[in-house]
Design a protein around this ligand. Structure first.
Ligand SMILES: NC(=O)c1ccc[n+]([C@@H]2O[C@H](COP(=O)([O-])OP(=O)(O)OC[C@H]3O[C@@H](n4cnc5c(N)ncnc54)[C@H](OP(=O)(O)O)[C@@H]3O)[C@@H](O)[C@H]2O)c1
Length: 258
């Protein structure tokens, strides 16, 4: 078989997670997408179904802060085994780490790092062998950003989490890889400044343009994830891969940019 039968995308109702769900359906997979907002999730699942006839896309409510909801996600599998598990839900704060309140940092650690670990632990018995896990991290986890201090720390932790899980799950032939997107539009509705409750939609206008000449699109990351969960990548585990248009390749010559 050349493709996963059932993919679960945690945080799959918008942005990068939603693009991944759609891309995995293009490869012939049924998907379960999760998020907290049922209205957004049901609409996303409906659109995915419409775009991929003969395949199933279902929404399951899941707040990753609440471990009691893991059982509902497992029940939603209806006995099917998972071929691909993608963990994409996360949030950040636009602030220096020295100014990030400890409670906010702990919450970010919980959502961005501890929850993916807990979900892999809970879902791993329901995964086929071979199968695949992809953690969605960030370029900020490779090369930290002062203005996203706490977020950078959590994403660096996600990168090592993926590598350690890769070691643990290899004997079960469950591969674990980490993908680090660069600035991607639209995206990260929860990358807020202190006091903000909604991110400005035009935020991206101030972002630096990567060497390849454009900002990232969710599809860029989805293509890599589709490859990593496919048998074409069946000797790849424990990798951490950037999809950032070259942003983290090194420091460009300032003279080559206006
Ligand atoms: N976009 C970028 O520029 C960028 C760059 C680097 C890395 N990333 C990473 O890519 C991943 C996806 O980001 P995105 O841009 O696609 O963000 P997004 O559009 O804000 O999507 C976030 C998804 O996660 C869900 N979610 C958020 N908090 C949750 C929680 N506490 N419990 C359960 N679900 C939750 C959201 O659904 P609900 O709102 O309904 O809960 C949604 O489905 C994240 O890990 C992010 O760190 C993004």
């Amino acid at each position: 078989m050349d493709r996963p039968g059932l993919a679960v995308v945690v945080g799959g109702t918008s942005g990068i997670g939603l693009a991944i769900a759609g891309r995995l359906m293009e490869d012939g997979s049924d998907v379960i997408i999760t998020g907290r907002n049922a209205e957004r999730g049901l609409e996303a699942a409906r659109a995915l179904c419409e775009g991929h006839s003969g395949l199933e896309a279902r929404f399951q409510t899941l707040d990753v802060r609440d471990p009691d909801q893991d059982a509902d996600l497992i029940a939603s599998l209806a006995g099917r085994a998972i071929d691909a598990l993608v963990l994409s839900a996360a949030f950040g704060r636009q602030s220096w780490i020295s100014e990030t309140p400890p409670a906010v940092f702990l919450d970010m650690l919980q959502v961005n790092v501890a929850a993916p670990l807990r979900l892999v632990q809970a879902l791993q018995p329901h995964m086929t062998s071979p199968s695949s896990v992809v953690l969605i991290s960030s370029d900020a986890g490779v090369d930290g950003e002062q203005t996203l201090g706490a977020y950078s720390v959590t994403k660096a932790a996600v990168n090592m989490l993926g590598r350690m899980l890769a070691l643990d799950l290899a004997p079960r032939n469950i591969r674990v890889n980490v993908v680090c997107p660069g600035d991607t539009v639209p995206g990260m509705r929860y990358l807020l400044r202190p006091g903000e409750s909604q991110r400005a939609e035009t935020d991206y206008l101030t972002w630096p343009i990567p060497p390849l000449g454009r900002l990232g699109r969710a599809r860029d990351t989805a293509e890599l994830v589709a490859f990593l969960v496919s048998p074409r990548a069946d000797f790849m585990t424990g990798t951490v891969t950037l999809v950032d248009g070259g942003s983290r390749a090194g420091r460009p010559d300032p003279a080559s940019h206006d």
